[in-house]
Design a protein around this ligand. Structure first.
Ligand SMILES: NC(=O)c1ccc[n+]([C@@H]2O[C@H](COP(=O)([O-])OP(=O)(O)OC[C@H]3O[C@@H](n4cnc5c(N)ncnc54)[C@H](OP(=O)(O)O)[C@@H]3O)[C@@H](O)[C@H]2O)c1
Length: 266
């Protein structure tokens, strides 16, 4: 099937790498017009060049509410509406249980929870008068189980999973669906420090890290392979398409069975 998002308009934060970049590609292939955002202008420009005229890039830092609002304004001004908001951007947290400072706390919550809070707020402002819309928040299996992410990362993602349900209940009467995806062990640069570290390495160094990561993730997942960015992109496609039109307040776990492991596979 193709054209599953024909005529739809989407904003994808964190569209310059990993899951967000793969989702931008899948959404564009399925006919959507897409605004991608991130801090890396070089990567944004390269992706726009590769994906064609239906994809535009705008620099945004999701720890800044005004940047998030500006993305939605851009989508509406350029394409006339907003059908799907994918609050996807994220990265490693800061601090541990023993070392966490107030600055670490504020940074981690702004990046990982605030980005969804303000993405929902500004998407809803456009979607309510439309009477339709789909918001997808990228949560994590770290919201469900311990040991799957950092201390504040796990807490913030649990917040994302829960505000998804609260927002879905509040926005459902306006025809707006709010769902989350809980990816587990998807091979992206987040495992070696996130896009900010990956951007300082050359292609060969990133490739070596990716190959090593793919082997270790495959070993820690019931299915015998690592999760791929496209696995999450296809989950987002399903939620954003008309096929997902009765799904609301749902956390869609995409983890190859990892959260069902009683113990870590050796
Ligand atoms: N990979 C996994 O196994 C996994 C599991 C569970 C959840 N997730 C979640 O999936 C999402 C995407 O992560 P990924 O695995 O695809 O990692 P990634 O390849 O490192 O991509 C992260 C993206 O977020 C953007 N970003 C980071 N900080 C930002 C900021 N302050 N403002 C704007 N954009 C920012 C980055 O863009 P710039 O560098 O251009 O700013 C990049 O596009 C995250 O929310 C992550 O927590 C991933």
């Amino acid at each position: 099937m193709s054209g599953r998002l024909q005529g739809k308009v989407a904003v994808i934060t964190g569209g310059t790498s990993g899951i967000g970049a793969a989702t931008a590609e899948v959404f564009a292939q399925e006919g959507a017009k897409v605004v991608i955002a991130g801090r890396s202008e070089e990567k944004g420009a390269a992706l726009v060049k590769r994906l064609g005229e239906n994809v535009i890039y705008q620099r945004a830092d999701v720890t800044r509410e005004e940047d998030i609002k500006a993305l939605i304004d851009l989508a509406v001004n350029r394409f006339g509406k907003l059908d799907c908001m994918f609050n996807n951007a994220g990265g490693p947290d800061r601090g541990t249980l023993d070392t966490v400072s107030m600055d670490d706390f504020v940074y981690s919550m702004q990046l990982l929870l605030g980005s969804a809070v303000f993405g929902i707020k500004h998407a809803a402002a456009v979607m309510k008068p439309q009477g339709s819309g789909c918001i997808i928040n990228n949560a994590s299996i770290a919201a469900i189980r311990t040991g799957q992410g950092g201390y504040l990362y796990s807490a913030a993602k649990a917040g994302v999973t829960h505000i998804t349900k609260v927002a879905g209940v509040q926005l459902g009467p306006f025809g707006i669906r709010v769902n989350s995806i809980a990816p587990g062990a998807i091979a992206t640069p987040i495992f070696w420090g996130g896009s900010q570290v990956a951007n300082t390495l050359d292609d060969a160094a990133n490739q070596r890290k990716m190959e090593k990561l793919m082997r270790s993730l495959a070993n820690a997942t019931p299915l015998p392979r690592a999760g791929l960015d496209k696995d999450i992109a296809y989950a987002a496609l399903f939620l954003a398409s008309d096929e997902g039109s009765f799904i609301n307040c749902h956390d869609l776990v995409v983890d190859g069975g990892r959260t069902s492991l009683f113990y870590e596979k050796k």
